[in-house]
Ligand binder design. Structure first.
Ligand SMILES: [Zn+2]
Length: 80
């Protein structure tokens, strides 16, 4: 199987998923990101808050929680 470039990035700052400093659920990259929205993944509490404030300011906050973006993918996303 061919390796693929990392296409998942923080929607706020562009940090690639898996890079140093990207917050993962329980600190485990195999469990996916710790933060996300309906528009993508977020790398940190700082970017999560910035994303929420920006969405609040432009009136685009969603009314329901976003689905886990990694659970939507089939087959499950894996990074080794
Ligand atoms: Zn970020």
């Amino acid at each position: 199987m061919l390796a693929r470039p990392e296409t998942r990035r923080c929607t706020e700052c562009g940090l690639p998923y898996g890079a140093a400093g990207f917050a993962c659920y329980h600190g485990d990259i195999d469990q996916g990101p710790a933060y996300w929205s309906d528009r993508g993944i977020l790398c940190s509490p700082k970017c999560s808050l910035a994303h929420w404030k920006r969405r609040d300011a432009d009136g685009s906050l969603p009314s329901v929680p976003a689905a886990d973006p990694f659970l939507l993918d089939q087959p499950p996303f894996r990074r080794r």
